[in-house]
Unconditional design. Structure first.
Length: 147
């Protein structure tokens, strides 16, 4: 993954991977971190009927969960080694029903500040070998530090 950002922690990939692994919600829904770069990550999720709404589409809550983590870990990759990440705001646009065999949330930092980060995520649904954009998110995240 190419990036316009320089990470503040040279070991950011390990830190992001370990933090992602500690998120019980990601293992509960079956999501996995498939790519980590400076300021960008990709999270993948296979279709599961138990994660759908009444019409068989992946529920908006699940879509927002993986996009929130994609934004968060993209920002976390640029934070200092002693920082933690916390979402402070997001907006989601549901563009099409989340129907597919697999889902891929691509998170990218748009603006990296000292403590506040702006990020975006796109959620793609894969069906029959084709990807379709089904949702987008704009998020604001902050670095928090142990006291």
């Amino acid at each position: 993954m190419n990036s316009q950002f320089e990470p503040r922690d040279p070991d950011f990939e390990t830190r992001v991977t370990q933090s992602f692994g500690a998120q019980a919600v990601m293992s509960t829904i079956g999501a996995r971190l498939s790519e980590v770069g400076a300021g960008q990550v990709v999270i993948e999720l296979p279709y599961r009927a138990d994660l759908t709404q009444q019409d068989g589409f992946i529920h908006a809550g699940i879509s927002s969960t993986i996009m929130d983590s994609a934004c968060g870990y993209a920002a976390f990759s640029l934070m200092p080694a002693d920082a933690r990440v916390l979402t402070i705001e997001f907006k989601i646009n549901l563009l099409a029903p989340a129907a597919g065999e697999r889902f891929r949330a691509v998170g990218r930092v748009r603006k990296a500040g000292r403590s506040v980060f702006a990020a975006e995520a796109e959620l793609y649904a894969r069906s029959d070998g084709n990807d379709k954009l089904v949702a987008t998110m704009h998020g604001t995240l902050m670095a928090v530090y142990p006291q």
